[in-house]
Each structure stands twice: as structure tokens, then as C-alpha cells.
Ligand binder design. Structure first.
Ligand code: F6P
Length: 501
């Protein structure tokens, strides 16, 4: 471990969670942060005031404040691609020129939404959103979480190149009343372009007169969308400096803005902007995303935990774990630092999770009694997302809080070890006032900044993703040249399933 601050805090003694509250009566207030409607409780972790001081030193050693300023100033923090990372500008925070540009793109998006609502493109009832990765996960999460009162349009988000996904959407939708949104930052992604072409064919076969006239392109490469056949007036651009997994705030959020209404979309942006301001201005020891990164760093880097688990005790947030998988793993799953040197220890752990209470009846056995230490994060909302008997929400929350307590407390049973719980297992709890657009915006921005803070503490660039390229390259070469020069296993698989082509 080459960082002196990290080495120093690795040498600090580890606290026992069972006694951690008795040894410091103020622990709860010291180890809980609130940012508007979001409360982050990290008191049930092994971090102590001493460890916190150590991490504050690490943040200083790594130039956290300077790098955060560089992010908001629109400097080229994505050094390997020579680009800024300007998702905060989409929320109105950051470099003034970039904020103005984002506002201009948002006005354009709003005008198109108004036109669609006024039926300028015909009587649209269905939105077929085609995109993958960051061009799908964000809108999917937002729409799924917030359309409780009935979205204004029926939206299908199709990402997989497996035609089954598209076919399912086709079976639900009337081609004559469907709008196709092709979402792709690059407008070259194989899956998206193949799905988009099939969607056009579906319309042609159904006799839709001008299928390309029903396509909206959401992209940072407008020229590619024009080449593909989309009219310039139906292209909603966004900046190259907005990364794919950080892009739901840009025109990639179009289906959410259309389905939920512009006010809801704006409120999502405002919630995120409030978190931006908190992250930019709060002093390090009261900075929620930075503190959360300290917790992540302690478990991943100091204790070597290879995974971190996340359970949404709220059905509205059921897609949050998969959204965060891309955000955290594509950002920080790296082996080299910003300057290309090998990372000085483990980087991002595997993010996984699910929803409570379902997960309790499936994977929690391992969390309570398995041999692998896994820091767990619980996310819950005080207000329910439904109007059923309050007993439902009460049971949900009681279970959520009981799990955190059980992981920490454990239970001895010398007579019957199979029924003993070691305890001393950490968890953090994010308690939301409700799941509304502004709260969700703030929550997602909290995770974005936490991911960035983790990257700074590890000295890596969270904004590139070269690791995804090699597989794509090989797939392209198989398509272009057939199976040549591969290992026997790959050759046999291609031969068996594709007949050698
Ligand atoms: O393959 C990874 C990736 O580049 C992601 O980073 C991105 O979100 C996704 O593919 C989709 O890319 P695009 O928006 O350019 O289609």
C-alpha cells in the first residue's frame, strides 16, 4: 500500500460493532448525515473517529478538494480521453458555459415534448426506448420508480440484442401509435442499432407510412443519427462531456420526461443539484458522498471485502441495484491509476443486491452466517409508495431495520453452532423521506459523487471504460471474418451454435 495515509489507517485497531455504541454515547449523531430528504446512517460500521481522521488525511493526501473543484469547473478530469465529466452541468451546476449549453439542449427537449403532447407526431400512446447500458438503465430506473400514479405514456425500454426483448415490446404496442426513441451517446452501439433497425422494419411491415418520422434520436453524435436517417429536427443532442452512465439527466432522460411530465423531470434535476451543492460545499467531515466513500474504502481496501451489497426496501427502487452496478463497476473497476501505474491495492468491489424483503428469503443466509464479510447498504423510505393497509409498509421497514440490527448484534449459541450468528457485520442505512422525483435525483447524485470520491481516494479515473472494448472487438472480428485463430473452446462453440459462421 503506497499511500502513507492509507497504510496508517490500516494499522489502526478494529472496533467491535457490539460495543461501538456503548463506548461512544454520541455515536449516532456523529455518524449520521442528513442532506435534505436523505439521511445517511453509517453508525453501524467499524469506522471510528480515529479512522475518520485517517480517511480525512487520505482525502487531503489525494487532493480530493482540488479534484472535486476540477470536476465542477469542467476540467478534463477524464484524463485518458481528454474530456470533462459534466453531468452536474445538466443539473445547472458547474462551468457556466456548459450549464448554458445543457439548458439550451433541455429547452429543445422540452419543446419536442410539448409538440409530441400536442400530437404533432400523431396520436402517440407508446414509447419504445431503445438503448443499452447508461442509455437505458437510468430512464428505466426513474420511470419504474416514479410512474406509480400512472405514466402518461406506456414505455418499454429495450436494451438486449436478444430479439425476445424487442418482440415482447412489439406484442404490447400498436405500431401506429408508437414513438421510437433511439438512445445512444455514440450512435454506433451494435445492440442499439440492430434493435432500432428491427423496430423500423416492424413499423414498415405494419404499414406505418413514414417510420423514420417516428424516431427521436438521443445522442451526443447527431451527425451519426442524421446518417442513419433521423431528421435533424428530431435529434435531441447532449454534450460529449456527459458520460454514458451519468447521462440520465440529459436527453437520455427523454422517455422519463415524456412519461412522467416535464415538472417531474425538472424536479429530479433540482434534487440532484441540491446534492451537487452539498458535495461541492460541505466540509469533508460532513460531506455525505465523501463519508460514504470512506466506508467503501475501509471495507474494500483496508479489509479486502470483494463485494458490497445493496438492498432497496422499497419496490419503487427495485432497479437501483442494477443501475448502481453499472455506475460503480464500470466507473471504478480498474487496475491502473490515472497515470497508468498499477493500482496500489484492490479497487471497486462487486456491487450486487436486490429488494427487501425478498432478498431475506434468498441471499441473507450468507450475509448472516457465511464466511465472507460483506458490507450491506439498506435503502428505505419513510413514506410508502402505495395506498394499501399501512401494515405493509410497517412490516417492510421493521424488517429492514431488524436486518441491520441482526447483522451487527449476532447471537451466541455454544450448544448449537448451526444456530449461532457471529454478528459484528456492518451496514449503512439510507432513509429517504419519500421516493419523489427530487429525492430520487438527490439519491442518484449522491451515488455519482460517492463513486467519484472513491475514485479520487484510489487515484483512478472513473470516467473511462476501456475494459468493455476487447469483447466488442472480438465479436466484430467474428462477424467480419468468421472464427479464425481462436482457442479450441471458442471455435467449437461457434461451430456448434452458429455453424462456423
Ligand atoms: O459498452 C459500454 C458502454 O459504452 C457504456 O459505457 C454505455 O453506457 C453503453 O455502452 C451504451 O453506449 P451508447 O450510449 O454509446 O450506445
Amino acid at each position: 500500500m503506497s499511500s502513507p495515509a492509507l497504510a496508517a489507517l490500516s494499522a489502526l485497531p478494529q472496533a467491535e460493532l457490539k460495543t461501538i455504541f456503548t463506548s461512544d454515547p454520541d455515536r449516532l449523531s456523529k455518524f449520521t448525515l442528513r442532506q435534505g430528504p436523505i439521511r445517511f446512517d453509517w453508525s453501524k460500521t467499524h469506522l471510528t473517529s480515529e479512522l475518520l481522521d485517517g480517511f480525512l488525511k487520505l482525502a487531503e493526501e489525494k487532493g480530493f478538494a482540488e479534484q472535486r473543484d476540477a470536476l465542477f469547473a469542467g476540467e478534463a478530469v477524464n484524463n485518458t480521453e481528454g474530456r470533462a465529466a459534466e453531468h452536474p452541468a445538466e443539473r445547472g451546476e458547474g462551468n457556466p458555459d456548459s450549464v448554458a449549453r445543457a439548458k439550451m439542449f433541455h429547452s429543445r427537449m422540452r419543446a419536442l415534448i410539448d409538440a409530441i403532447e400536442a400530437e404533432a407526431l400523431g396520436a402517440i400512446r407508446h414509447i419504445l426506448h431503445i438503448g443499452i447500458g447508461g442509455s437505458a438503465l437510468g430512464p428505466d430506473l426513474i420511470i419504474d420508480a416514479l410512474d406509480g400514479d400512472g405514466a402518461r405514456y406506456d414505455v418499454a425500454i429495450v436494451s438486449n440484442v436478444d430479439g425476445t426483448a424487442l418482440e415482447k415490446a412489439f406484442s404490447r404496442f400498436d405500431p401506429a401509435a408508437t414513438l421510437i426513441a433511439v438512445a445512444s451517446k455514440t450512435f454506433t452501439t451494435t445492440e442499439t442499432m440492430l434493435n432500432a433497425a428491427s423496430a423500423i422494419n416492424w413499423m414498415v411491415e405494419a404499414g406505418v407510412e413514414d417510420p423514420y418520422g417516428r424516431v427521436i434520436a438521443l445522442t451526443a453524435s447527431p451527425e451519426k443519427a442524421i446518417e442513419w436517417g433521423v431528421d435533424e429536427t428530431r435529434i435531441l443532442p447532449f454534450s460529449e462531456s456527459v458520460g454514458g452512465r451519468y447521462s440520465l439527466w440529459s436527453s437520455i432522460g427523454f422517455p422519463a420526461a415524456l412519461a412522467l411530465g416535464w415538472d417531474a423531470f425538472e424536479s429530479l434535476l433540482e434534487g440532484a443539484a441540491a446534492m451537487d451543492r452539498h458535495f461541492r460545499l460541505a466540509e469533508p467531515k460532513a460531506n455525505a458522498p465523501l463519508i460514504a466513500a470512506f466506508v467503501d474504502q475501509y471495507y474494500a481496501r483496508v479489509l479486502g471485502c470483494q463485494t458490497r451489497a445493496l438492498f432497496a426496501y422499497d419496490e419503487r427502487l427495485r432497479l437501483l441495484p442494477s443501475y448502481l452496478q453499472q455506475l460503480e463497476m464500470e466507473s471504478n473497476g480498474k487496475s491502473v491509476t490515472r497515470d497508468g501505474a498499477p493500482a496500489d491495492g484492490p479497487t471497486a468491489p462487486i456491487t450486487w443486491g436486490g429488494v427487501g424483503t425478498d432478498a431475506q428469503h434468498a441471499v441473507f443466509q450468507l450475509l448472516h452466517q457465511g464466511t465472507v464479510l460483506t458490507p450491506v447498504e439498506f435503502i428505505a423510505s419513510i413514506e410508502p409508495g402505495h395506498a394499501l393497509d399501512p401494515a405493509h409498509h410497517r412490516a417492510l421497514l421493521v424488517n429492514c431495520f431488524a436486518q441491520g440490527a441482526a447483522l451487527m448484534k449476532g447471537k451466541e449459541n455454544e450448544a448449537d453452532p448451526a444456530r449461532a450468528y457471529p454478528g459484528n457485520r456492518p451496514s449503512t442505512t439510507i432513509l429517504l423521506e419519500d421516493v419523489t422525483p427530487d429525492v430520487l435525483g438527490g439519491l442518484i447524485a449522491f451515488y455519482e459523487h460517492r463513486t467519484f470520491a472513491n475514485a479520487v481516494l484510489m487515484g483512478i479515473n472513473p470516467f473511462d471504460q476501456f475494459g468493455v472494448e476487447l469483447g466488442k472487438e472480438i465479436a466484430r472480428s467474428i462477424e467480419a471474418e468468421g472464427p479464425k485463430g481462436f482457442d479450441p473452446s471458442t471455435m467449437a462453440l461457434i461451430e456448434l451454435a452458429l455453424g462456423g459462421a
